[in-house]
Design a protein around this ligand. Structure first.
Ligand code: 5CA
Ligand code: ZN
Length: 428
């Protein structure tokens, strides 16, 4: 599927836009609970990133934006260090919430998905998020997913469940006990896993399963639902977790350097996805070197979510005249792993900061900025500490606006630093 236009190359790292090179990025890994170095220390060579994409059944909101901006910081830092970045993102364009919403609103599920993906593209472009090289809907990957499900059946790691309550026979489930390492991504205990499974798309109470946690791999055809030919699986549609595993293995191989998403994906989604991969490719080690999870943005005290409807939309903010760079600045002023609340004060602070930064870089000269560039690189390489980087820029801006300086190249270097590494494009 088409992604979205890349930001202006002049605002990106690499290509000589910044002097020197970024450092090796260390990133917090959910599985180990510690900081892990990513890529080769000298910044050369390939790195791979898979970020779980949207389920396009309702408007994409600032919570989503927060997650994709977080991992955009990573991609920018990697490019600045010299890595060759391969980035893949999916779109869950067939799943229960999408089909339910389509039915409830009388809209064709394909049209609903297409309209919401289009809105998302607009948000990503506005926020200067570098697009993935591969942007894939499940609809485009059904054969790939079906093959993975068949492989899991052949490996004895999957089984069919008899229908109950009028459901047809044959939904295929994954045996979590087929992966001896199951549980290592989240580290959660059984009770927590069970509660989260029920909350986040699982069906722990479904009769006929070996283990209540076993997740769905293939849902056989139901009347009125879209379905595809699954070969020996029969007609049906993919389960959720196997979608991301199959796409990631096909397009990135294993191990992926970073498997990423919001913290609501730690369990079951990334736990199950990793177990699927470990059973499919037992010889290839770990599914991902780092499991990275961004914090949740809330509104009115509750996690911003399509199901609750407490949403702030980037598209609406921009339509109301907000500069998208201000929205991005509001996001990067929060650490990517922290949970935070969107409110008027956040937007007001970002507006004020944007105006000050813009004024400071518009002056013909300023205090030398080489140290600032180095400091921003150091902060970002340390677990994407964008708020730390913002504080350093604030300090340069304060010095510039109070005392100024004689370095004629400094304002432009600050502008390039901020756009390349934070993705905040200041007016020229
Ligand atoms: N399609 C699946 C992933 S394969 C999915 O979770 N879709 S989603 O539309 O529900 O979420 C897309 C991404 O946004 C996920 O990484 C999710 O963790 C993140 N996300 C959702 N709500 C928020 C929020 N309030 N704050 C931060 N990130 C969020
Ligand atoms: Zn996913």
């Amino acid at each position: 599927m088409r992604s979205w236009p890349a930001p202006d190359p002049a605002t990106l790292p690499g290509g000589g836009t910044l002097p020197g090179r970024g450092r090796q990025v260390h990133l917090h890994d959910t599985a180990s609970g510690g900081l892990v170095p990513t890529g080769r220390a000298d910044g050369t060579g390939p790195v791979t990133l898979y970020v779980c994409g949207i389920t396009p059944y309702d408007a994409t909101h600032l919570g989503h934006a927060n997650t994709y901006v977080a991992f955009d910081l990573l991609g920018r830092a990697w490019r600045d260090a010299g890595h060759d970045v391969t980035y893949v993102q999916n779109v869950t364009d067939v799943d229960d919430p999408l089909l339910e919403r389509a039915t409830a609103t009388g809209v064709d599920w394909r049209d609903l998905a297409a309209s919401q993906v289009e809105l998302f593209r607009g948000d990503m472009q506005a926020l200067s998020v570098v697009p993935p090289q591969q942007y894939l809907g499940v609809v485009e990957a059904v054969d790939l997913v079906a093959q993975s499900v068949r492989d899991l059946l052949d490996a004895g790691a999957a089984y069919r469940v008899p229908g109950a309550g009028g459901a047809p026979d044959g939904d295929v489930y994954f045996r979590v006990d087929a992966d001896p390492g199951f549980g290592a991504v989240s580290g959660f205990d059984a009770a927590t896993m069970r509660a989260l499974s029920a909350e986040r798309g699982g069906d722990p109470d479904r009769p006929g399963k070996h283990d209540p946690l076993d997740p769905l791999l293939w849902r056989v055809e139901r009347p009125g639902e879209p379905s595809w030919d699954g070969g020996v699986l029969g007609r049906g549609r993919p389960g959720w977790h196997i979608e991301c595993t199959a796409i990631a293995l096909q397009h990135l191989g294993m191990p992926i350097d970073v498997q990423a998403g919001g913290s609501d994906l730690v369990f079951p989604h990334h736990e199950m996805g990793a177990s699927h991969a470990h059973v499919l490719r037992p010889q290839d080690g770990s599914f991902a070197r780092v499991y990275a999870h961004s914090g949740m943005v809330s509104l009115g005290g509750e996690k911003m979510s399509k199901s609750l409807g407490n949403l702030v939309l980037v598209s609406k903010l921009v339509a109301a005249g907000e500069d998208p760079a201000t929205v991005r600045l509001a996001i990067v002023a929060h650490h990517w792993r922290s949970d935070w609340e969107w409110d008027d004060a956040v937007l007001t602070a970002a507006r004020e900061r944007f105006v000050r930064w813009s004024r400071a870089v518009a002056l013909p000269s300023g205090p030398p900025a080489g140290e600032l560039l180095d400091g921003v690189r150091e902060r970002i390489a340390d677990d994407l500490d964008a708020p730390g980087a913002v504080t350093l820029v604030d300090a340069w801006v304060e010095a510039q606006l109070t005392g100024g300086g004689a370095d004629a190249g400094a304002p432009d270097l600050v502008r390039r630093t901020v756009s390349a590494l934070l993705g905040v494009v200041l007016p020229a």
